[in-house]
Design a protein around this ligand. Structure first.
Ligand code: HEC
Ligand code: HEC
Ligand code: HEC
Ligand code: HEC
Ligand code: HEC
Length: 344
């Protein structure tokens, strides 16, 4: 099965190769390829692929499903994102302290875990396909043992199969705590269970690796849903209201893989309303939970943490609770997302 499908891939891809050879482009004939031990020889150079990416969006041609997902993700918008541009415009040395992660050079070249370098060209593509996949030879690193497509070589990479360290290159720099989800993840219940960043942010799906592939295999969607996804936000927390003698306990449990909210700009607002049997409001308050809080009881929730908020409540009173999510301090209340609700 495998061999047949790989042959089909090879045959389909031989045609453009032969055409390219006839047109005398920079295709290297097989007998000139050396040093197979280091990487599978690439038929196009790093510069060719880099140029094709920006001028022809080449990846889209053969990996259209992944392209469509990426295009809608915040990675594709990491540079043009107006919230980013506004924040960065206030930073005098932004080209050194901000821009390098929002429009980076390929990280397999600058090094996984190293602070990325700012790209000189095509910043509008943000965190693009090549930022995560291309190496200095023009080969693509991925988790599978792929057929070589003749366009680019493939290198099987453990760093992509379990990508927490790959993600940490931008989501776990110790000098940038506002954007650090990785450190809190390391001792989380999710990490203990053997999950990684992709388990929750790149859902598994069975499909072809490329349009030239016959078999369908388990791959991962390139969606990276996060704080803009209502279902993701709802899955982040468990809210329970427990009534005991003379009081109500509002219990929040963080089910995300890291600090909640995941980023320093965000906030959760716990709205609590206590009414008596006639409907009169005895208490109505909003508790802000965010990184900017100076008190631990209203700071961000650690992964797996359960936190209680206790209210006195008489037998005739009723409590209604709503947990809402605010993207930035200027997001109007009408756009806050309801993460969870409860009453007693
Ligand atoms: C932020 C980093 C990142 C970006 C950006 C990115 N990828 Fe990936 N890609 C990954 C990771 C991690 C995996 C491995 C997922 C897994 O374990 O299956 C992967 C897997 C793949 C695979 C193998 C199939 C699979 O899902 O396992 C292909 C093909 C691929 N990516 C192509 C692309 C293309 C094309 C783009 C741009 C449209 C892109 N990637 C953008 C990180 C990235
Ligand atoms: C001419 C078609 C073609 C183009 C263009 C193309 N790819 Fe691929 N790519 C393939 C094929 C074919 C495979 C192997 C599929 C298989 O083994 O079934 C592949 C595999 C991959 C893999 C998986 C590697 C692995 O082993 O897990 C990654 C990652 C990848 N491509 C990224 C990219 C990126 C990024 C671009 C754009 C710069 C791109 N590809 C452009 C055809 C193409
Ligand atoms: C090269 C740097 C870089 C790498 C590597 C990277 N990211 Fe990102 N990621 C970013 C940037 C920058 C943004 C923010 C874009 C914005 O909002 O302006 C982002 C946004 C996100 C978001 C969306 C947040 C939201 O609220 O919508 C998620 C989720 C995410 N990344 C997960 C991952 C995962 C998982 C990995 C590893 C597979 C990864 N990222 C690898 C730079 C990176
Ligand atoms: C180490 C890499 C890195 C550096 C340096 C960096 N960022 Fe980011 N930035 C990210 C990542 C990753 C995200 C997405 C995850 C998050 O929001 O925590 C992000 C998200 C953001 C967001 C949220 C955007 C949105 O729409 O949700 C803002 C605003 C932002 N960055 C501003 C800045 C500013 C301003 C600087 C410089 C002072 C900066 N960043 C430096 C990696 C970085
Ligand atoms: C158990 C599932 C799970 C795991 C594992 C996980 N996350 Fe998340 N992540 C979530 C949920 C749920 C949210 C939505 C809540 C939020 O935005 O804080 C989220 C949100 C995010 C956001 C958006 C934060 C914001 O405020 O915009 C980023 C970025 C992110 N995760 C990156 C990562 C990275 C990097 C890893 C690996 C260290 C990771 N996540 C591991 C579940 C997970």
């Amino acid at each position: 099965m495998k061999i047949t499908s790989k042959l089909v891939v090879q045959m389909a891809l031989m045609i453009p190769l032969l055409v390219a050879m006839m047109l005398n482009t920079q295709v290297t004939p097989a007998d000139e390829m050396e040093d197979e031990s280091v990487f599978t020889p690439s038929y196009l150079s790093y510069d060719d692929i880099y140029r094709d990416f920006t001028t022809k969006k080449m990846c889209k041609r053969c990996h259209p499903a992944i392209w469509r997902e990426w295009e809608r993700s915040m990675h594709a918008k990491a540079w043009e994102d107006p919230i980013y541009q506004e924040a960065a415009s206030k930073v005098p040395d932004r080209d050194k302290t901000c821009d390098p992660c929002h429009a980076p050079e390929p990280i397999l070249i600058t090094g996984i875990g190293q602070m990325p370098k700012l790209r000189e060209t095509d910043r509008k593509y943000g965190v693009s396909c090549i930022v995560c996949h291309i190496d200095a030879h023009g080969a693509m690193h991925g988790p599978h043992e792929s057929t070589n497509p003749m366009y680019h070589a493939n290198v099987t990479s453990e760093a992509h199969a379990k990508p927490t360290e790959l993600c940490a290159t931008c989501h776990g720099q110790p000098s940038v705590p506002e954007h650090n989800q990785v450190d809190s993840f390391r001792d989380s219940p999710a990490a203990e269970k053997g999950l990684n960043c992709a388990s929750c942010h790149m859902p598994a799906v069975k499909r072809q690796l490329s349009i030239h592939t016959y078999d369908t295999v388990m791959v991962r969607r390139h969606t990276w849903a996060g704080s803009r996804s209502v279902s993701k936000l709802k899955s982040a927390v468990n809210l329970k209201v427990v009534r005991t003698e003379g009081k109500a306990i509002v219990r929040l449990t963080n089910k995300a893989g890291h600090l909640l909210p995941g980023e320093a700009l965000r906030a959760m607002i716990l709205e609590v309303k206590i009414t008596d049997s006639s409907g009169a409001v005895n208490r109505d308050e909003q508790v802000l939970i965010s990184a900017s809080s100076s008190k631990p009881e209203t700071g961000r929730l650690l992964p797996g943490e359960t936190r209680d908020f206790v209210y006195s409540l008489s037998e005739t009173e009723k409590i209604e609770v709503r947990l809402r999510y605010r993207l930035t301090p200027t997001t109007p209340e009408t756009e806050w997302v309801t993460m969870a609700e409860g009453s007693q």
